[in-house]
Design a protein around this ligand. Structure first.
Ligand SMILES: Nc1ncnc2c1ncn2[C@@H]1O[C@H](COP(=O)(O)OP(=O)(O)OP(=O)(O)O)[C@@H](O)[C@H]1O
Ligand SMILES: [Mg+2]
Length: 222
């Protein structure tokens, strides 16, 4: 069991409730079209993107949604560790393969019902180039058509082009901000960096709010 997957391990906890609440908000964030792809990003490293992405996936899966988590952090991704799947090959390898014919080979079923993971793969020398490729666009479309929901665990906005590239390809963006960790001006810069995609920002999660013994609370602002 992975202790980070609180929504699975301790579904009655207040954090699990908070994450399920975020799920509900996301389900209602678009009236005309169903939200099918979500990017989880943040200003800087360590704010809780991977934690939120994985727990949100569990929350959606518990509601019967077939979810795929794509680990876009091809430098230091850890979704394969969280979900106990192999990372011999993954997103980086798929993006230099025949995306349409081979994508299924790279996706792994997890021990959790309805949750699938496309791990980061081998660390490539050019992650940004891979994400901005036509192949990645093609892949995003294929994945959207084959899963109820695709959650992209992104890299931070600060200094890296990757999350901005992904912002363009998804339906909704969730920004994670850790309590007392992200300076306000840095968070403002993140919002500015995503200005072009303002309509897509579903909300900001204030993470690591000190409230519980082992885990920190998460709040959601829209
Ligand atoms: N609400 C929370 N309660 C307890 N621990 C948390 C919470 N959110 C995040 N963490 C822990 O904080 C650490 C950093 O979180 P995480 O790896 O999700 O951040 P990240 O934004 O994905 O970082 P990176 O930018 O390096 O990918 C992890 O050990 C994670 O388990
Ligand atoms: Mg991460």
């Amino acid at each position: 069991m992975n202790s980070e997957l609180i929504v699975a391990n301790n579904p009655k906890s207040s954090i699990a409730e908070a994450i399920k609440n975020i799920r509900t908000n996301l389900q209602f964030s678009s009236v005309d079209e169903k939200v099918k792809t979500i990017l989880i990003t943040s200003s800087i490293s360590g704010e809780g993107k991977s934690f939120i992405a994985s727990n949100l996936a569990v929350a959606f899966a518990q509601a019967g949604t077939k979810v795929l988590i794509v680990d876009c952090d091809m430098r230091r991704g850890r979704q394969h560790t969280i979900f106990h799947v192999e990372n011999i090959v993954g997103l980086s390898n798929l993006l230099i393969d025949d995306v349409e014919k081979k994508y299924k080979k790279y996706i792994q079923k997890t021990r959790y019902e309805n949750i699938y993971v496309l791990p980061m793969g081998v660390i490539p020398p050019n992650p940004s180039e891979l994400l901005s490729s036509e192949k990645n666009k093609q892949l995003c479309k294929i994945l959207k058509d084959n899963f109820d929901l695709v959650i992209y665990d992104g890299v931070p906005i600060g200094g890296l082009a990757d999350s901005v590239i992904m912002a363009d390809l998804v339906d909704k963006i969730v920004i994670v901000s850790a309590y007392k960790h992200t300076p306000m001006e840095v968070l403002q810069n993140t919002k500015k960096g995503l200005e072009k995609f303002e309509d897509k920002i579903a909300g900001i999660i204030l993470n690591k709010f000190p409230a519980q013994k082992d885990h920190y609370y998460v709040s959601y602002y829209q």
